[in-house]
Design a protein around this ligand. Structure first.
Ligand code: C2E
Ligand code: CA
Ligand code: CA
Length: 412
């Protein structure tokens, strides 16, 4: 690399450094063994080498990381072309010892002299770009920019703050009512996470992605379960009701074996029965191993929990999931509700999902209901359960208590 930089300086050329990292290589090692892993690395090296010219350098840094140094470049596009070719080539299956193995790679790209004038900086920046391309999904490349570097620094800062937030119990829950239009009363609540950082409440959109990426969500959520369940128990005792609580569960939580035990333990501590707890999952959970997930869901269900499919309509919305998975409720995403009853498409979608619920014998909860007009339309179309600002925004525990007290007074 030193040689390449000196050369480029003299001839006023560019050097590009490509940082490659195989996606999910650990899985291959773990499931097929290190011997297959080693063979795969050798084959990857060969494929990459075949796409570079004799003047370029291909090396393995360690683990599943490779580095390519492209010398004597006269234009930037060349490195991008090479990156695309490598991604395409490595995404084709490998045949090793009678096994078909598929992998892919993420690539970060930097240039000398634009992104750094020494080896250390160029490598660091290529790594940053690679990290970013991984975050966007397997099999992609990313070119280093200063903004990217700032973004990563912000992420790291946020990550450190969030780690402290767990230690300091800065997370809490707000509760949003779920309303039964037939009974004309609140029947349950959804627990929504908030972060109290230096007196300001932060919403999940600003921190949840980081917590999921580094799996902090597992610890943060399980720490909150007891307080959520105890709160609902208290509401039911105080108001002589049978409110249920809906809890969002992210796929990372579902993946750990302790999840089930955490739930049961929290129920015991708070003396709440499982039938008052609904677990909200999203479709990306099913992309993993649908058979395994189905078994886990069924086990939870037989314990008494109910299962809701959240954000329905925004993902695959595959009818297969409704058929093969034990699901009790569908939550229709609020993007279909915003323009009701004026958008023809949204009307059609909402009516179809309501009918779907009826035919599959699954409750449909419509989210994000903000206006009386939307509510009337839904009511006329046979919708029974709604959630949204029309009933109430998510509230602190204290505000839920006064909300329910007022409701109780109204009915007297
Ligand atoms: P979600 O599960 O779809 O939750 C509903 C979101 O819609 C909440 O946003 C809620 O405040 C908002 N909302 C409710 N009614 C209305 C309405 O009428 N109009 C509008 N515009 N918005 C409404 P929030 O609290 O910011 O949560 C965002 C997302 O973060 C949630 O979406 C959920 O996916 C995730 N999340 C929240 N708490 C947790 C948690 O404890 N664990 C996990 N894994 N995810 C959580
Ligand atoms: Ca939800
Ligand atoms: Ca939702």
């Amino acid at each position: 690399m030193h040689h390449a930089i000196v050369n480029a300086k003299t001839h006023k050329h560019l050097v590009s450094v490509l940082f490659l990292d195989l996606d999910k290589f650990k899985n291959i090692n773990d499931t097929l063994g290190h011997d297959i892993g080693d063979l795969l690395l050798i084959e990857v090296g060969k494929r990459v080498q075949a796409l570079c010219s004799p003047n370029d350098t291909v090396c393995r840094l360690g683990g599943d990381e490779f580095l390519i140094i492209l010398e004597d470049l006269t234009h930037y596009e060349k490195a991008i072309t090479v990156a695309k070719e490598i991604i395409a080539s490595l995404s084709k299956p490998f045949y090793l010892e009678n096994k078909i193995i598929s992998t892919s790679t993420s690539i970060g790209i930097t240039y000398y002299p634009n992104d750094g004038d020494n080896i250390k900086v160029l490598l660091k920046n290529a790594d940053i770009a690679m990290y970013r391309s991984k975050a966007r999904g397997a099999g992609s490349y990313e070119i280093y920019t200063q903004e990217l570097s700032d973004l990563i620094k912000e992420m790291v800062k946020l990550e450190e703050r969030l780690k402290k937030a767990i230690e300091r119990n800065e997370f809490l829950m707000h509760y949003q009512p779920i309303y039964d239009l037939h009974k004309q009363e609140v029947i349950g609540f959804e627990a929504l996470m908030r972060w109290n950082y230096k007196g300001t409440l932060y919403y999940p959109d600003s921190f949840l992605h980081v917590m999921e990426e580094n799996k902090m969500i597992i610890e943060a959520s399980s720490a909150l379960l007891v307080s959520i369940f105890s709160f609902i128990k208290k509401l039911n005792d105080t108001f002589q009701k049978e409110f249920f609580i809906s809890v969002n569960v992210s796929p990372v939580q579902f993946g750990v074996d302790s999840f089930h035990d955490n739930l049961i333990e929290a129920l015991e501590i708070s003396a709440l029965e499982a039938k008052y707890v609904c677990l909200e999952v999203t479709e990306n959970l099913f992309l993993e191993n649908i058979q395994e997930i189905s078994t886990k869901l069924a086990r939870l269900q037989s314990y008494g929990f109910s299962i809701a499919l959240d954000d329905f309509g925004t993902g695959y919305s595959s009818l297969k999931y409704l058929k093969v998975l034990p699901i009790n409720k569908l939550k229709l995403d609020r993007i279909f509700v915003q323009e009701l009853p004026h958008s023809k498409n949204d009307v059609a979608i909402t009516q179809s999902v309501l009918a779907l619920g009826q035919n599959f014998n699954v409750q449909v909860i419509v989210e994000g209901v903000e206006t009386k007009e939307q509510c009337t339309f839904l009511e006329e179309n046979g919708c029974q359960f709604i959630q949204g600002y029309l009933i109430s925004k998510p509230m602190s525990e204290e505000n839920v208590l006064s909300f329910l007290t007022k409701e109780a007074e109204k009915t007297l």
